[in-house]
Design a protein around this ligand. Structure first.
Ligand SMILES: [Zn+2]
Length: 423
């Protein structure tokens, strides 16, 4: 039996799959939204301008953070064959000299300590294979550096290079940029097929020589969180937040996370004509990739009024297939982030009422923006469809985003926010 009121039915019918999807296409047209880049700023502006069109009050809150931008580079086999190979640098990889490095190649399997036994890797480029779901490679790079390697190539287990990162991926922000020890060496990502090609070369020839050149900038840049407010009619100082980050891992970011932005903008459009008792804040943080630094900044800046936040619903990667998950727990190597049970059950109840299936799940690769809010004492939950094979790759494009999935998540998160703002 449906418990939906007439006005709730109107809101649900109003959310358009096609309009949400149109936002995904529009946002991806700006280019890869690497934190602090022009495309990233354009996406933030687009979000604010669209909300402003719907009559919401928009604010930009700027902050400075470490940014990484690749400028140029090339990877090639130079001896005995000659072949160029496409690569993507690890985020925060050191650059090579202008000329690059030319070294012999050594296969070190998974790249763990035991894989170096009986191998001479001094001044050589090592080739290692990405473990399943592995995205952070600082420890492997340090092991390679300890064994004297001059550079590291990580081959993906899929047909494209994964955007791996050189961060230890610990929750604590101070540990974001730990040094590569004992010597900083460049590290890059290649595809499965190119990894197989290199391994075949190593079997065929006694020696394989490679050249790696990488020029990248690591510097502080300004980026921003965007806040768009639909003021409450009775308790305007209390607020419910719907969130979706606008930056990407130097990928097109259709699912991660233009999908969330599309969902939020559709909810904003529909709710703009149905104001609630409490304020609803449509929030798009910057610099989520890595350590949710935008949301960390938000919680610092708004420390004195965090208690006015009834709940934060984070919508990140919701355009793909597979299970729609309500994340009950985020797991960092140094911290567990637990979602309040009442909020998980609340969102699940809304989904059930709409006849949509959700699944409770833990997030084994950390948290998204909700993690910073939970850590600051704000009830926060994460809606996520984790089964996206194109995660953090150049194939995260609009053609793989399902408009109907945007509508489903729009209905669930929109109705949950509406009820939290009116109860
Ligand atoms: Zn994301």
């Amino acid at each position: 039996m449906s418990m939906l009121s007439e006005i709730e039915n109107q809101i649900l019918r109003g959310i358009s799959a096609a309009k949400a999807y149109q936002h995904v296409e529009n946002i991806c047209r700006f280019g890869n939204r690497l934190t602090g880049s022009e495309a990233d700023n354009k996406a933030a502006d687009y979000f604010a301008a669209t909300c402003s069109e719907y009559g919401l009050y928009t604010y930009f809150e700027e902050f400075e953070t470490d940014c990484f931008e690749p400028i140029a580079g090339e990877l090639s086999v130079v001896e005995p064959e000659s072949k160029n190979i496409k690569y993507i640098p690890m985020r925060f990889s050191p650059s090579t000299s202008k000329e690059g490095i030319t070294s012999e190649l050594v296969d070190v399997g998974a790249g763990k300590e035991e894989d170096y036994r009986e191998k001479d890797t001094k001044n050589k480029i090592v080739l290692l294979t990405r473990g399943f779901e592995e995205t952070n490679f600082l420890s492997e790079i340090c092991i390679a550096s300890k064994h004297g390697a001059s550079g590291v190539i990580v081959a993906n287990y899929e047909s494209w290079p994964h955007h791996g990162v050189l961060e230890p991926e610990l929750f604590e922000l101070e540990k974001r940029l730990l040094p590569i020890e004992p010597n900083p060496i460049p590290a890059i990502n290649i595809s499965l097929e190119d990894g197989q090609y290199l391994r075949e070369c190593l079997l065929k020839y006694e020696k394989v020589k490679m050249r790696l050149r990488l020029q990248a900038i690591t510097e502080k840049r300004v980026t921003q969180n965007v806040r768009c407010l639909l003021p409450g009619t009775m308790l305007p100082e209390e607020r419910v937040i719907l969130g979706a980050h606008h930056d990407t891992e130097n990928t097109p970011g259709a699912d991660d996370n233009a999908s969330g932005l599309g969902v939020l903008l559709e909810i904003a459009r529909v709710l703009s004509t149905h104001p609630c008792k409490r304020t609803i804040e449509f929030y798009s943080p910057g610099c989520e990739e890595g350590r949710s630094i935008g949301s960390w900044e938000y919680c610092k800046r708004h420390k004195s009024d965090l208690r006015n936040i009834v709940a934060f619903i984070n919508v990140d990667m919701v355009g793909g297939g597979g299970d729609l998950c309500i994340i009950t727990e985020g797991r960092w190597p140094d911290k567990k982030i637990i979602t309040p049970e009442w909020l998980c059950l609340f969102v699940d109840k809304v989904a059930k009422e709409l006849n949509y299936k959700t699944k409770f799940a833990a997030n084994d690769i950390g948290t998204s923006d909700e993690g910073r809010f939970i850590d600051a004492g704000v009830p926060a939950v994460f809606l996520w469809k984790p089964c996206d094979v194109h995660y953090h790759s150049m194939l995260d494009t609009p053609e793989y985003v399902d408009p109907n999935s945007l509508k489903v998540v729009g209905e669930i998160s929109g109705l949950a926010a509406w009820r939290l703002a009116n109860r």
